[in-house]
Design a protein around this ligand. Structure first.
Ligand SMILES: Cc1cc2nc3c(=O)[nH]c(=O)nc-3n(C[C@H](O)[C@H](O)[C@H](O)COP(=O)(O)OP(=O)(O)OC[C@H]3O[C@@H](n4cnc5c(N)ncnc54)[C@H](O)[C@@H]3O)c2cc1C
Ligand SMILES: NC(=O)c1ccc[n+]([C@@H]2O[C@H](COP(=O)([O-])OP(=O)(O)OC[C@H]3O[C@@H](n4cnc5c(N)ncnc54)[C@H](OP(=O)(O)O)[C@@H]3O)[C@@H](O)[C@H]2O)c1
Ligand SMILES: *[C@@H]1O[C@H](CO)[C@@H](O)[C@H](O)[C@H]1NC(C)=O
Ligand SMILES: *[C@@H]1O[C@H](CO)[C@@H](O)[C@H](O)[C@H]1NC(C)=O
Length: 431
């Protein structure tokens, strides 16, 4: 549909994390249609799962991509986290360590021979649309060491992740605060917080998990957030407060007026979308963490051969990436016709307005949560491929149910998928 008849489509894939590997796997499986080239700036695959002790920049000057900390275990059981049809090793517990996930992605890379298509140590610097008759092609400039090169592609799939650029809120009084202010992106080990009083600001996954890790050594941890109070059991040295109103030299003042002496502010306030390699001509906008104009959170409405995998938040990532990739490939190979630009823009706006009508702020434009399952199924129906087995949703929902009341204990549970829509809980392993 988008290429010359009978010619293979040249497809650039930006990023060698879970999303980029998944794109390369499915593109290379249709070798008669697609000619994929992947680009990864780091010296190995796995993206955010490549733990490093470094913070700031790596030896080669590239900003640290990983937001992993040493004690991180997954917050989803491996049974639902896996790409459908490519399970984690059986001997691992349900909630695995970050190094097990990196090994899993490395196994995936090797199993599908993806090294044939991926250029490591190669950063994409610029993506630019170019007119080729009535079609749009893509000029991609990339560099390794000092060498810069440009290639022409029929399509570009952006898989660069969005947990590498911290979102840092301004806090009144931050200049006069004498303690440390840091972000969970730079959090590695709890030891440095021994006997300290630490405020973790934000109570999403990072706020909930980092606070418990720090609490193993800290004097006191305060989870400060603007959500309804968490209804979970917590260790005796962890408590909750409302959001931060301002800082003084030695204290935090919360929005409920309470004031506490604190040594450290750990910002667990999330991350920003960033596509520094897209030229302004790509016409991609980010406004208050909403990326536009993306049909179904994936396809650029004006340039459908420019697509994005992994934009959504609060999801079961790998299975959704796979559906998004297959959706894009159905479009590129012509088997799934797209609505026209006006229709796609209408659909995108409708999705956004429905969120606003539910009271969500603009920054939650790509948040999925309970919406993710109908969304995943919709992609499968439109793209003409099989849906994710319902067991994945059932187990995901069960884990969520356990987590909200037992944050310190939920990762000790063991599960097993027993059928298309069933799972079983096995005996807990020791703490
Ligand atoms: C702390 C933390 C914990 C998490 N825990 C879980 C969990 O328990 N379970 C789960 O399923 N998910 C978890 N996630 C979500 C995680 O983000 C996804 O699982 C998944 O790894 C995202 O993959 P990705 O490919 O979209 O992005 P990434 O893993 O970020 O990969 C993007 C890749 O693109 C490369 N890149 C970026 N720009 C360029 C460029 N210009 N040129 C070349 N290469 C480039 C980067 O170097 C990187 O390797 C967690 C995330 C974080 C931050
Ligand atoms: N395996 C694990 O255990 C684990 C651990 C950590 C992270 N993760 C993963 O890492 C990814 C990122 O998670 P994340 O928690 O870092 O980011 P996130 O999901 O974007 O959450 C950021 C939170 O900070 C809040 N926030 C932002 N600014 C604030 C402010 N000024 N005051 C108070 N609260 C503020 C946000 O509130 P609003 O909702 O109002 O915007 C949001 O709840 C997710 O995929 C997550 O699952 C996994
Ligand atoms: C990169 O540039 C530096 C100096 O600019 C030079 O010394 C080095 O040999 C170059 N490396 C490569 C691989 O071209
Ligand atoms: C786009 O598609 C819609 C619905 O099929 C149709 O009504 C409309 O006329 C089309 N617009 C253009 C510009 O083709």
């Amino acid at each position: 549909m988008f290429g010359h008849a009978m010619m293979k489509l040249r497809v650039a894939v930006i990023g060698g994390g879970a999303a980029g590997l998944c794109a390369l796997r499915h593109l290379s499986a249709c070798g008669e249609r697609f000619d994929p080239v992947g680009f990864e700036q780091l010296d190995g695959v796995g993206g955010t799962w490549r733990y490093t002790d470094h913070i700031g920049t790596m030896e080669n000057g590239i900003p640290v991509q990983s937001s992993m900390y040493r004690n991180l275990k997954t917050n989803l059981p491996k049974e639902v986290m896996a790409f459908p049809g490519f399970p984690f090793p059986q001997n691992l517990p349900s909630f695995v360590k970050h190094e097990d996930v990196l090994q899993y992605l490395t196994d995936y890379y090797q199993h599908y021979d993806l090294h044939k298509y991926l250029k490591l140590n190669t950063r994409v610097d610029l993506v630019e649309p170019v007119k080729a008759g009535t079609r749009t092609e893509w000029s991609v400039t990339y560099s390794s060491e000092n060498q810069s090169q440009t290639g022409q592609f029929d399509a570009v799939i952006v898989c660069n992740g969005h947990y590498a650029v911290p979102l840092v809120p301004h806090l009144e009084g931050e200049k006069s605060f004498q303690g440390e202010i840091t972000h969970s992106h730079d959090y590695r080990v709890p030891d440095v917080y021994k006997d300290k009083v630490v405020v973790c600001l934000g109570a999403a996954a990072s706020g909930q998990d980092v606070s418990l890790d720090i609490a193993t050594v800290a004097n006191k941890v305060i989870i400060s957030h603007n959500k309804p109070s968490l209804k979970t059991v917590l260790p005796s040295n962890v408590c909750q407060q409302t959001g931060i109103d301002r800082l003084t030299e030695k204290t935090a003042v919360f929005t409920n007026g309470k004031e506490e002496p604190v040594d450290v502010i750990m910002l667990c306030t999330g991350y920003r979308y960033s596509f520094p390699f897209l030229s302004p001509n790509c016409a991609v906008n980010i406004e208050d963490e909403r990326v536009t104009p993306l049909y179904k959170h994936i396809i650029h409405t004006r340039y459908p051969t420019l697509s994005f995998i992994g934009i959504c938040k609060t999801i079961c990532p790998f299975p959704q990436f796979e559906n998004q990739v297959r959706f894009v490939l159905s479009m590129l190979d012509g088997s799934m016709p797209l609505p026209n630009q006006t229709e796609m823009e209408r659909d995108t706006e409708k999705d956004f307005q429905a969120r606003l009508a539910e009271g969500l702020p603009t920054r939650h434009a790509h948040s999925m949560g309970p919406r993710q399952w109908a969304y995943n199924d919709m992609l499968a129906h439109m793209g003409g491929f099989e849906v994710i087995p319902p067991a994945v949703q059932n187990l995901y929902d069960e884990v969520h149910r356990v987590r909200v009341t037992n944050l310190p204990g939920y990762k000790r549970k063991q599960y097993r998928l027993t059928g298309e829509d069933s799972f079983q809980e096995n005996e807990c392993i020791g703490s």
